[in-house]
Design a protein around this ligand. Structure first.
Ligand SMILES: [Zn+2]
Ligand SMILES: [Zn+2]
Length: 252
């Protein structure tokens, strides 16, 4: 079933900056079970080491978290826009933690999007699979004390995933994307976003190139269940809900 609410107020505009004015009084019935509604509040240039982007900052009426879209090229009203949904991971994205693969996934996705005529990465403020930073660190602490992967997963909230892609769907609708090619290794993510009324025309696998930082993925016995053990014996879990695909520079 298509759950898209009435989108009449999300009219086309000619520039990203115009979205701020368009959304001034925006207030729709909201997306998903929690009726989340977002508004574009600010837009600015964002040159990065991965390429040149614009950053679009959103307000949402559910929890006030400040989600952003990192936009490359002209996505307004476009079809087939390469799109990545990335869930915030302070420890991985910003601090370079090797307990997860988030930073590699983020960097690879931004580099990929920068090579396309246009594309967008939604940076979703749902740290630790939606359970928050504090609980994520609590779960790490349990792993440090030897909790097995299954229990650690439970502690990380894997069975009770708090993540909600309704906010992502509304953000894509706010950006007036007509259809997307979703950059993900997880077909379930495609189903989630389609359920919220976004047209997904393709799924593109996110393949992470080998580098010195993801050495442990390549040199240890990565099994298909998506769990990795590093040299200190710490399990790595996929915090992005995406199985990791790392390709060695010289396969075979
Ligand atoms: Zn709305
Ligand atoms: Zn992470």
């Amino acid at each position: 079933m298509n759950e898209t609410p009435c989108l009449k107020s999300l009219t086309d505009v000619s520039t990203l900056a115009d979205l701020v004015m368009r959304d001034l009084d925006h207030d729709c019935e909201g997306f998903g079970a929690h009726h989340v509604c977002v508004k574009v509040e600010a837009v600015a240039d964002l040159p990065t080491r991965f390429g040149h982007f614009r950053i679009v900052a959103f307000y949402n009426n559910r929890d006030g978290k400040e989600h952003v879209a990192i936009v490359h090229g002209d996505v307004l009203g476009q079809e087939n826009v390469v799109t990545r949904l990335h869930s915030e991971c302070l420890t991985g994205d910003a601090l370079g933690s090797l307990r997860c693969d988030c930073r590699d996934q983020l960097g690879t996705a931004l580099s990929r999007i920068a090579r396309e005529p246009c594309g967008v990465l939604l940076y979703l403020r749902q740290e630790g699979r939606g359970i928050g930073l504090l609980n994520k660190v609590r779960a790490y602490a349990l792993q440090d004390r030897g909790l097995d992967t299954v229990d650690a997963n439970l502690a990380l909230g894997f069975k009770d995933d708090e993540r909600d892609y309704a906010v992502a769907a509304h953000m894509l609708a706010s950006l007036t994307l007509r259809s997307v090619r979703l950059l993900t290794n997880n077909p379930r993510k495609v189903e989630e976003i389609v359920r919220h009324g976004i047209r997904v025309v393709d799924r593109i696998p996110l393949v992470i190139p080998a580098n010195e930082h993801n050495r442990f993925y390549l040199e240890t016995k990565a099994n298909r269940s998506g769990h990795f053990i590093d040299f200190d014996g710490k399990p790595h879990v996929s915090e992005q809900d995406d199985p990791v695909l790392v390709v060695p520079e010289n396969p075979g």
